[in-house]
Design a protein around this ligand. Structure first.
Ligand SMILES: C[S@@+](CC[C@H](N)C(=O)[O-])C[C@H]1O[C@@H](n2cnc3c(N)ncnc32)[C@H](O)[C@@H]1O
Length: 341
């Protein structure tokens, strides 16, 4: 699963023991990337390697996989054993793709968020369903959730939970966090669940868990997920050859909106600001639409994998035109910056 932000799916479908990650929209992603013999594809979110394996099986192509989580190395070793030199693995962030890659490529895919393995391992601290340390760091370094919750200013915590969690009761939750940490620090995911439920009430059957939005918000902030997405999209525009394909799978509206806003001017859909304004020179589109609208998983897939319910796939094909200037206004308004603490 990717868990961009829809932690609702954790509540609905996390199995009691660690289960293999089921790739979401797999056939659609392979169709969108259309790998050909001799081409090079980048899987920017390797995880358990579901996309990489399917691409390597679909054509005699090469795959360069990237993941920021060092635990994914063991899955990469399996693909190296199966596919030899056609597969390579880079430890790092897809936002740094341009620096990581030596040459232009024919396809880039991103499957955002966290994997089932990350959610299922209590020690990673991603899930409100499993008691573990308040960690939530994909790359296992930097600020942890415990650091943030116990040390950040209340204004920052409120912005994080309100903007990245789209949580209406952010201020009340932060008030409860401050009261709790004045007494003793929050250390476990269970501590945070208790605090959130003290404000929003106990979990109710058939409803999203009350801690869903708060966990989502902290994870997005701590891993700078939206900043990474913006840099990853801009890097993909730079590294894709003319005719190269981009396929991005998102899991919540903040991410999908960013991909849409990135592609809109680049596919020429944004148009002129106003027909009453003097003609301004419009940059040539750097992408063509791969599909007009986003694709969603069908009933057959969501029945098997409820985590696919919130997935959206957007596809675009690189043209020969120059890349657009990098922008920063793809990020949501009031988005707190990592390191602002
Ligand atoms: C949803 S999983 C991908 C699953 C994969 N498609 C599969 O079939 O197994 C997302 C993976 O992307 C990684 N990831 C998330 N953000 C990243 C980033 N900015 N750079 C590199 N890897 C990232 C996570 O560590 C996780 O392993």
């Amino acid at each position: 699963m990717s868990g961009g932000g829809d932690v609702t799916r954790q509540q609905q479908s996390v199995p009691p023991t660690s289960a293999p990650h089921i790739p979401v929209l797999l056939n659609e992603v392979v169709d969108a990337l259309r790998p050909q013999a001799g081409e090079v594809m980048v899987d920017g979110t390797f995880g358990a390697g579901g996309y990489s394996r399917a691409l390597l099986e679909a054509a005699d192509c090469a795959v360069i996989a990237i993941d920021r989580d060092p635990n994914t190395q063991s899955h990469a070793d399996i693909l190296s054993a199966d596919f030899g030199a056609r597969f390579s693995y880079l430890s790092g962030c897809f936002g740094d793709m341009q620096d990581l890659l030596a040459a232009p490529v024919d396809g880039v895919t991103l499957d955002l968020g966290v994997s089932s393995m990350q959610l299922d391992e209590a020690a990673r601290g991603f899930s409100f369903m499993r008691d573990g340390p308040l960690d939530m760091r994909m790359s296992q370094d930097g600020l942890s959730a415990a650091d943030l919750l116990n040390e950040a200013a209340p204004e920052l915590l409120s912005d994080v939970i309100a903007v990245y969690g789209e949580e209406r009761r952010a201020r009340a939750i932060v008030k409860a966090i401050m009261a709790r940490r004045d007494d003793r620090p929050l250390r476990r995911t269970g501590d945070l669940v208790d605090v959130v439920c003290s404000v929003l009430g106990a979990p109710r059957f058939g409803k999203a868990h009350p801690a869903t939005r708060t966990f989502q918000a902290l994870r997005i902030y701590l891993n700078d997920e939206l900043g990474e997405l913006m840099r990853g999209l801009q890097a993909a525009e730079q590294v894709l050859k003319p005719g190269g394909r981009l396929a991005v799978v998102t899991f919540h509206s903040l991410e999908d909106r960013m991909v849409k806003q990135f592609l809109s001017p680049r596919t020429g859909r944004a148009g002129r600001p106003s027909r009453h304004l003097p003609d301004i020179e419009m940059a040539a589109p750097s992408f063509n639409d791969g599909v007009k609208r986003s694709l969603k998983a069908g009933a057959a897939e969501t029945d098997l994998n409820p985590r696919a319910r919130s997935a959206r796939l957007r596809v675009a094909v690189r043209t020969a035109a120059s890349a657009f200037a990098a922008e920063t206004d793809l990020l949501p308004k009031r988005a707190p910056k990592l390191g602002a603490m």
